[in-house]
Design a protein around this ligand. Structure first.
Ligand code: FUL
Length: 481
């Protein structure tokens, strides 16, 4: 008896040792940082454009607006954050200062702010109020501070850069944590500039001395994600229409890119397969035609279906979505926008209600070292930290999920384990029909998340076919709806 236990124990240790011997795949560089991983998981959040433009009916204030126009009549920032939370958004980024230079907080460095407005008799601080409301609703808080300032007399000279940094110091001292800092590359040249009323050109590559500014902020807020056309943490997607390319690499070579440089839109939209840095794209788009509220656009608010399409072409292509929802002149998210947002959330909840692949058995063409640690069922176990992987030399492979019975399928969701880098270059999805495999969707990149809409079809078995990969495929999750 004693001998038998010893034999069993030895077998057990032998098996565990064999299992341990199967090493995980080497990462394909570059890989995301911890803060980028946390950002990927945020998926969709709000952009809030609100300033004097809301009251002057403009998109780009000239910089000569009187602070007295900033006069919301029924301001309630908790209505904004409740709406965003109910819509399934995970955070918000607020335009603390847009191109017109008007500050939503009482900055000590300028008179062009809420402190000289009728709002709360000059005692208001919209940045503070929005941050508090966000935290109360569990939303992460982010900051937009326009580098281009059409109000400042010294815009274009070194003292303005100092001014800009002082404002960042004010913001980052008063507010933490800030999950994202949004640097807008836009610069139209002309402005009020303290009464000069002229056109000013700056060299976007050198004027702001970004490395110094970013170091300054990083010193105050180590985990902040920097957005600009070219990164360094996340990049612009190259358009404001709500999509990233179907081929969407999280990698790009940033050496020659900088905020405001034209002609790089296509590159930003796809990224680069051979890119040297992990700089994923963020899709910025407004629920309305403009970024600020205009009554005349009330009939043009995007419908729930349009928002759903945008969701598929942003989050569904491995990007994050920053959806702009501009409060109206009352200081409220307009009822029309609220209805649309909640309708969108309902569509998402209905269409992705039950993952019919969850905990279903799966089989793969090959499994890394034949180890249970990397077996096919790791993609249906609902655990994002486990994954299916093949052996190192295998850059293709199939994975089959048995749903147990024939079900109507409309969406397939796939995720790579991006901690080991982005790998997949081409893949397809097939279903079994009368003993034959039928292709129902195909794609190129996957990345953090890929959602494929297919013509609704009945099937019991679904197969993921990886036909091209930079190295052995590493898939953490497959969901079927
Ligand atoms: C652009 C700006 O010019 C728009 O006004 C808006 O803020 C958008 C998000 O970025 O570059």
């Amino acid at each position: 008896m004693k001998n038998l236990s010893l034999i069993f124990l030895s077998i057990y240790f032998l098996l565990t040792a064999c299992q341990k011997a199967v090493t995980p795949p080497e990462p394909v560089l570059p890989v995301p940082t911890e803060r980028q991983l946390a950002w990927h998981e945020m998926e969709q959040y709000a952009f809030v454009h609100f300033t004097t433009n809301t009251f002057t009916d403009k998109e780009w204030g000239f910089g000569d607006e009187s602070p007295s126009v900033f006069k919301p009549t029924a301001m309630d920032v908790t209505q904004w954050t409740k709406t965003f939370k109910d819509a399934g958004l995970t955070g918000l980024v607020l335009t603390c200062k847009h191109h017109d230079g008007f500050c939503l907080w009482p900055s000590e460095y300028t008179e062009h702010s809420v402190k000289n407005s009728p709002y709360k008799d000059g005692k208001g601080n919209v940045v503070d109020e929005v941050e508090k409301a966000s935290r109360a609703d569990g939303l992460k808080f982010g900051v937009y501070l326009s580098p281009w300032d059409r109000n400042r007399a010294d815009y274009g000279s070194p003292s303005y850069v100092e001014y800009y940094r002082n404002q960042l110091k004010e913001l980052f001292t008063a507010h933490s944590p800030v999950f994202e800092m949004w640097f807008d590359g836009a610069n139209g040249g002309d402005g009020y500039y303290g009464g000069a009323n002229e056109k000013r050109k700056i060299d976007g590559r050198t004027y702001y001395d970004w490395p110094t500014t970013l170091n300054l902020i990083r010193g105050m807020e180590p985990n902040v994600i920097f957005f600009s056309d070219a990164g360094p943490d996340i990049r612009w997607c190259g358009n404001e229409r709500g999509y990233v390319n179907e081929t969407n690499w999280n990698t790009i070579t940033p050496d020659t890119l900088y905020a405001g440089k034209g002609g790089i839109e296509k590159l930003l939209n796809t990224g680069e397969e051979t890119g040297t840095a992990w700089i994923p794209a963020e899709v910025d788009v407004s629920i309305r035609p403009g970024w600020f509220y205009h009554e005349k656009e009330d009939s043009l608010v995007k419908t729930p279906e349009q928002l759903f399409d945008i969701y598929l072409s942003s989050v569904g292509r491995g990007s994050n979505l920053i959806l702009n929802i501009p409060p109206d002149r009352r200081g409220l998210v307009n009822e029309i926008d609220v209805a649309s947002l909640l309708g969108w959330k309902k569509l998402i909840d209905e269409r992705f209600a039950t993952n019919i692949a969850l905990n279903k058995p799966a089989n793969a063409s090959t499994v890394r070292g034949n180890s249970p640690v990397y077996e096919a069922a790791m993609v249906t176990d609902g655990n994002k930290e486990t994954y299916w992987a093949t052996n190192d030399q295998e850059q293709t492979g199939n994975l089959e999920i048995d749903l147990g019975e024939s079900k109507l399928i409309s969406y397939v969701l796939i995720q790579e384990y991006i901690k080991l880098g982005q790998r997949i270059k081409s893949f397809s999805v097939e279903i079994e029909k009368d003993g034959n495999w039928l292709e129902v969707a195909k794609g190129t990149t996957i990345g953090y998340k890929r959602i494929l809409r297919i013509d609704p079809v009945d099937a019991r078995k679904v197969r993921l076919v990886i036909s091209g990969s930079k190295a052995c495929p590493v898939i953490s999750n497959v969901e079927v709806y």
